[in-house]
Design a protein around this ligand. Structure first.
Ligand SMILES: [Zn+2]
Length: 143
């Protein structure tokens, strides 16, 4: 690590700050963690309703993991505890988001992606089959 550090930071300073690879990791974590708020705010302003885009959770996860790595390096129990468990809700939100996306139904007529609970395509009105049996009939049609 010393060879890389002396190559990236000659004299150990940049912009008057004594930098190191570890300090860079800590600042990168801060930048990622803070940028999630900008992403969320932008998405909310764009749609004129409160939304939390998946990028928010990805930035939260990446930022908090970098900050955890930095805190472990600093051996600072306060910051280690602050970031030790935050990955759990971030990861869970991403899992739920991608499961929800996977559960969307594709309209056989117009290929529009419709929400999981949809019975009809909101684009063209075609009836949507929840599950298709091996014979190609939907359970609702056969029952
Ligand atoms: Zn359709």
């Amino acid at each position: 690590m010393d060879g890389l550090e002396s190559w990236l930071f000659p004299g150990g300073q940049f912009l008057g700050v004594r930098w190191s690879v570890w300090k860079f990791i800590g600042y990168a974590g801060n930048v990622l963690f803070f940028s999630r708020f900008l992403v969320q705010w932008y998405a909310t302003e764009k749609l004129k309703r409160v939304v939390v885009p998946p990028a928010f959770w990805w930035l939260s996860l990446a930022g908090s993991l970098l900050l955890l790595v930095y805190a472990l390096r600093q051996r600072d129990s306060v910051f280690i505890l602050a970031y030790l468990f935050t990955w759990i809700p971030y990861t869970r939100n991403l899992v739920i988001h991608y499961r929800h996306l996977e559960a969307h139904l594709t309209c056989p007529a117009c290929r529009q992606l419709c929400p999981p609970q949809s019975r009809f395509c909101f684009q063209c009105g075609t009836a949507l089959a929840k599950e298709v049996s091996p014979q190609g009939e939907s359970p609702a049609a056969s029952g």
